[in-house]
Structure formats: C-alpha cells, structure tokens
Ligand binder design. Structure first.
Ligand code: FAQ
Length: 311
C-alpha cells in the first residue's frame, strides 16, 4: 500500500541509496525530476546560442577551436540529460514540445545578448562558475541516472570556467580598451548570473520537497552565497570590479554581504519577457523544423540495421 511504499522510499533516500529507473517512486518525485532534468537539458541546448554567435568572430584560431569545443560539450550535456530524463518515462519529443510551446523553462541567463568578445570570458567565468557551484552537489543527487550524468558534465564545466577566466585575464593584461571591454561584460553579466540560482529560499516553490528527497542538497540562497564568496576573491586576481556597491566581506558571518537582486527582472525574464527570449525560442524551433529530414533519415537507417528491435 502507498504510505508503506512512500516510507520505504524515504528510508532509502535517507540511507543515501540511489533511486534507479525501475524502482518504485512517488509520482511527484518522478515529475519533479522530469521538470528539473528536462529544464536543465533545455538550458544546455539553448545555452549554445549566445556563444555560438561568436564562433565565427573569435579573435584567434586557437580561441575559435576552444570555443567550438565548449559549445559542442554543451550539446553533449544536453543529450546526456535528455537521456537521463527519458529513463523516467517521458519521450524526447514530448520534452522538446514542452520547450517549444513555452511550457518548460530554461535558465534565465541565456536570454541576455552577447555583445562583445569579452562576453565569452564573462559567460565562462560567471555562468559556468555558477553552473558548477549548482551542479557539483547534483553529482550526489538521489536519482542514479541524473547523478552519474552530472559527474562528466562537471568535469567539462570546470574546463569551461578556466577558459572563461583565461579570456578575461588576457583582456585585462591588454590595452585599456580591452580591459574596459572586460569590465563592461562583467557589469552586464554579474546580476543575471546571481539569478541563475533561482528565487530566494522563501519564494522557492520546490526547494523544501526537493531537499527532503535529496534531489537538491543545498538551497538556492546557500549556493548563491558560495558563488559570491568565490567570485569576489577571483575578481581581485583579474583586477575587475563587481558592479555592487554593497559587496563587502562580513567578518562575523565569514561571508560576503551583497546587494539586492532585481527580482522583478528575474520573474520577467523567466516568464518570457527577457531581452532575447523570443529570438532564442525562434532559433530552437527553426533548428527543429529544419532538422526533421535528419531525424527521419536516422530513423530509417536504424530500422534497416535492426528491422526487429528487441522489445
Ligand atoms: N531560470 O522552486 P524553485 C548551464 C524557476 S546549465 C529559469 O527554486 P527549483 C550550463 C523554476 O524552474 C544552467 N527558471 O525551482 C551552461 C521554477 O519554475 P517551474 C541550468 C528558473 O527547480 C553554461 C520556479 O522558477 N542549470 O548553465 C530559474 O527547485 C554556459 C521556482 O523556482 C540547471 O538547470 C532560472 N535561473 O530550483 C551552458 C541546474 N530559477 O519549473 C551553456 C539544475 C528558478 O515550477 C553555457 N536545476 N526557476 O515552472 C536546479 O538546480 C534547479 O532547478 C534551480 C531552481 C536551482 C535552477
């Protein structure tokens, strides 16, 4: 009966036993995971667009190769994550439909434009930096396929962050114009990157239940604070200023205090009204439509190879 099954399920979670696809799980656990993993996958795929914009304009051949590899990594992350979500009983077509119809979200951060080359540095340093802070704990998330996918993803994200830092470091050692370009990128990306961690804990719909199920290991505000503490120190090495007059080390809390986030902007962006939301979704829908013949050809080829696939 249900309450007994639920109790057994929670015992397993409490004992740090991973939940696997064929194990019994509450329907709400399954739904929460489908929501989070598919939104994470969509973020990786939509996240290719702002950087893809600079592949043809990278300043050197080496920078171009690195950026190309990074964007390809993001495609790979999206694909592992879609596969992890499929183990929960949703098809890839359904997930894509949810993205294209606006039902499923993707990270707010990818609705901002990439105006200069320094934005590639800012995305690597801040956006991948925030992604790592949020995703390292997900390597221990309670659902087995998700936790295993996150291990490789995090290794690649660490390289991404280093390459972003390296772009900014190089610009900061360059001409005054290059340094100013780096500072301008940080001014524009800092606050949106803090929003990646989601609303304050008091406004977070899903945190409490997700923490009880150990899908999330830390709250949105805890991870955001860790991120601020890390970046405030690294900014000193770059000699760049974070655009927050209230940012200050608090000896008592042993953390940096920081200013107020513009939540109105956050809710606007996640409800579809950010600067690039329309452009991003149009690009994804177009790619999906234009890729139809590739999917059909791949399916026809697979059928020829295995006319009677095992059930
Ligand atoms: N953007 O109750 P909570 C990357 C939504 S990957 C958009 O706190 P939850 C790699 C939330 O979905 C970046 N929506 O939700 C890369 C919910 O709406 P719903 C993506 C947001 O799930 C780097 C509502 O607000 N990473 O960057 C955002 O417990 C560079 C209430 O929020 C992941 O997805 C937001 N920022 O906590 C690629 C990591 N925040 O679903 C290319 C996995 C909140 O009810 C270049 N996800 N919402 O309609 C998570 O850890 C969690 O889902 C959170 C949100 C922490 C994002």
């Amino acid at each position: 009966n249900l309450p007994e099954q639920e109790k057994g399920f929670q015992h397993k979670i409490d004992a740090e036993v991973r939940i696997e696809p064929k194990d019994w799980m509450p329907e709400k656990y399954r739904h929460t995971l489908i929501r989070q993993i598919s939104q994470h996958a969509h973020s990786e795929i939509v996240g290719m667009l702002p950087e893809g914009n600079w592949i043809s304009r990278a300043p050197t051949l080496k920078r171009k190769q690195i950026l190309l590899a990074k964007v390809q990594d993001e495609a790979g992350h999206g694909l592992y994550l879609y596969s992890a979500a499929e183990t929960l009983g949703i098809s890839r077509d359904e997930m894509i439909e949810q993205l294209h119809s606006g039902k499923a979200k993707y990270s707010s951060i990818f609705n901002y434009p990439t105006l200069t080359w320094a934005d590639m540095g800012a995305i690597g340093w801040l956006v991948d930096g925030a992604a790592i802070m949020n995703q390292v704990p997900l390597c221990r998330t309670s659902y087995g396929p998700y936790s295993r996918a996150m291990i490789r993803i995090c290794k690649e994200e660490s390289f991404h962050q280093r390459q972003g830092f390296d772009i900014l470091y190089t610009l900061c050692q360059g001409s005054p114009e290059q340094k100013a370009m780096a500072q301008d990128a940080i001014n524009r990306w800092w606050w949106p990157s803090l929003m990646m961690f989601g609303p304050h804990d008091s406004e977070s719909l899903h945190s409490e239940q997700s923490m009880q199920w150990k899908i999330k290991r830390f709250s949105n505000d805890e991870l955001r604070q860790r991120f601020v503490d890390m970046i405030a120190e690294q900014a000193k090495v770059l000699d760049l200023t974070l655009p927050d007059p209230d940012l200050e080390w608090n000896e008592e809390r042993m953390h940096y205090d920081f200013g107020k986030i513009n939540w109105e902007e956050f809710w606007n962006v996640i409800s579809g009204n950010g600067p690039c939301n329309k452009q991003r979704l149009d690009a994804r829908r177009k790619a999906w439509e234009e890729g139809a013949w590739v999917r059909e050809a791949a399916a026809a080829h697979a059928k020829k190879q295995h006319p009677n696939p095992p059930k």
